[in-house]
Each structure stands twice: as structure tokens, then as C-alpha cells.
Ligand binder design. Sequence first.
Ligand code: CTP
Ligand code: MG
Length: 220
Amino acid sequence: MSAVGIVAAAGSGLRLGADRPKALVPLGGRPLVVWAVATLLDGGVDEVVVAVPPAEREAFATVLRGTATLVDGGDTRTASVRAALDASDPGAAAVLVHDAARPLTPPGVVVRVLEALAAGAPAVVPVLPVVDTTVVVDADGVVTAAPDRATLRRVQTPQGFSRVVLAEAYRALPLGEELTDDAAVVRALGVPVRTVAGDERAAKVTVAHDLALAELQVQR
Ligand code: CTP
Ligand code: MG
């Protein structure tokens, strides 16, 4: 099935605190965004659209060297994905939305997401089990509930969708409304979201410690 990859790379990376936008920070000598685009292409998407910080377009064009189409991202991840979706091939059957901040995601995750879409799922997310006891707290930090861990999952990217379904879900989402991921956007429409196995290597680089761990992985 024809698939477009979208990479959300327009964030500034405040929590990482680097001297440049997070997606341009090098890991093993390659900017995070270059890793993310390579994962999608290696896993089988046909083309990639990257949402970038408008002021950094040239720097992204330089490092991506024609491997992806660039669009100006927005103030939120939701706005950035919306912009990339609008610029993506409307004829593609599927769209996979990935974070530049998950540079070491193995292409096998992309393959699993594409397989589930090809089997007819309208929406697919890679997930991992939760290993710690996880609790709900109130405003004072007092534990109010402890959900059954066996029913909990940690959600990663790339998240895959029928393109028609994702475009419809973004059309239905009021402009300016922000959701944490794209599965939440389609769930707001009542679309069922299937899960496939994620991968610990798809961990998100958020703070400096995460980048240090990723560096250790690429040096091995
Ligand atoms: N993202 C985006 N557009 C935004 C904000 C975030 O495309 N306006 C992207 C980021 O580039 C990143 C992904 O969404 O690849 C996940 O976001 P996050 O890890 O929060 O990255 P940043 O927003 O850059 O980091 P921070 O929140 O620490 O500033
Ligand atoms: Mg952010």
C-alpha cells in the first residue's frame, strides 16, 4: 500500500536545552531528524514530509539533502502535523506520523505498523507494556487509584492511519486544539486504534540523559 511518512520536527527542544532545535542535534554524527526520516524510508514508506521550525528551514534542507519535503511547522505538535498532512500526497493510502525525537526506532516498527494498516486497521500505534506500578494522584499528590498494570501500555511512534481517516479527524479537530498524539485525534472521532509491538529503542529523546543513553546505543 502507498504510504506517506510525516516527521514532526518543528519543536525547539526546551527540555533538552541544546544550542539548536532538538531535531538538528547530532547523535552518532547524524542529526535526529535524519535518523527519523531514514527509519521511515527503510521501513517502507514511499516519501516523507518533515515539519520544521520556519526559521530553520535552510539548516534542515542542508542535512536532509532531498530525502524529504519540508513544510513550516506550527506552535504545537498538533499544528505541525496538520501542516505536514496538508502538504502530503492526497493519493496515498496510508500516513505514518513519527517524532524526530525518536531517532533509534528500528524500521521493523514501521513494517509492523504498515502490515496492520494493510490488514485493514484504520489506525495503529506501537506500544510497550508498563513495568512499574502506575498510580493516579489528586492535586495534593495523594494516590487515588492504581489501574491494573496489565491493561496499560506506553505509546510510541510512528503511528499509522488510513490517510482518509486521519485527514477527516484533523478536519474535525477545532483549530488551536492540542492533543498529545495523533491516535487521540482519530479517537476523538470514534475510530478504533489497534496496537502492535513497539520497541525500547524507539524511546523518546526528551532530556540530556536520554541523548546520552542514545549515544551509548549507537557506539556499541
Ligand atoms: N514538535 C513539532 N512542532 C511543535 C512541537 C513539537 O513538530 N510545535 C515535534 C518535536 O520536534 C518532536 C515531537 O514533536 O520531534 C515530540 O515533541 P517533544 O519531544 O516535546 O519535542 P520539543 O517540543 O521540541 O521539546 P520540548 O517540549 O522539550 O521543548
Ligand atoms: Mg514539546
